[in-house]
Design a protein around this ligand. Sequence first.
Ligand code: PLP
Length: 382
Amino acid sequence: MNVPLLDLKAQYATIKDEINSAAIEVLESQYFILGPKVKAFEEAVAKYSQCQLGIGVSSGTDAILIAMMAEGIGEGDEVITTPYTFFATAGCVHRVGAKPVFVDIDPLTYNIDPALIEAKITPKTKAIMPVHLFGQMPEMDAIVDIANRHGLIIIEDAAQAIGAEYHGKRAGSIGQYGCFSFFPSKNLGGAGDGGMVVTNDPERAEKLSVMRAHGSKPKYFHRVVGGNFRLDALQAAILHVKLGHLDDWTKGRQQNADKYRKLFNDAGMVIDPNEKNLEGKRGVILPTIIDNCRHIYNQFVIRSDRRDELIEFLKEKNIGSAVYYPLSLHMQGCFAYMGHSEGDFPHSELAAKQTVALPIYPELTDDMIAYVVNSIAEFHAG
Ligand SMILES: *Cc1c(COP(=O)(O)O)cnc(C)c1O
């Protein structure tokens, strides 16, 4: 059996006619940049995310970048974030001239640990940027409380978390800015790059939309320097069709997660997530879900102390897997100037060594899930 990590062709097959006609409609219109398709999609994503306004942009990276630019974050400023995330989170802080200040993760959820944030706040801190990693939000009440007490804004990196909820609140709706990515492998993925910033603040939305088009307002008059961060109409049209299916797909991912949990439990392979020493343990740690949350499972990430061997074994079984992420951001060469060393963020470093993502996409069959679990059981038996 062959179980890829993700199978976008399987998804396309289920919605081919809808997608094709949406794309053809844009081609017939020859209206490619912004316009009514983008506007309609912005409204739909804002509504879906319990936000008032959405500004479609060219990628999730640009969503984060433009939020920083609109907020005027730059030289001399600090932004608190996690070192265990996709590079763009901290890369964008660096690109506007500010300094990413890392805070270690909670080893159960892989999200920033709110209890460690306050110690990192200085007079230079402007924002906290939590990342809703793998599709689950961190303890946002604690983060909002800290931000309010210190007069900081929150920029949610919700690239992996469209539709995720924390105590009934959707990803993107809690901070001053919520940043989404429509990279093809995200839960709502386009036919190329795309992203969006959502906000409940009309003034911030206005700044974002001016920034998106070179800071131009009125056209050809620039009081600020922006960039070309526009979302294509073709992407918006395709994504809008896919948004209509997102809740079904999320349900599929959640059901697959439940199936994994049941089968791993039946096989006696589940290790308590609080277990500190995995050495010699026969099994894996499964994702932890915090109370009152909707996890949308952009990734289903397990832990094993023999992670690299496990990946090799799965490869031989034609099972796709991936490591998100193999090197914590504080250890990246481009951030060497920060002077971090190994041991600074131990939970993040350990996660980088032990975690692996398994296939979780909605089109997985029961046989495929059973094959993955059986293969992992076989690995641990050997
Ligand atoms: C995917 C992702 C991004 C960047 O999105 P792109 O659309 O690829 O630019 C940023 N942050 C996180 C956590 C992501 O997963």
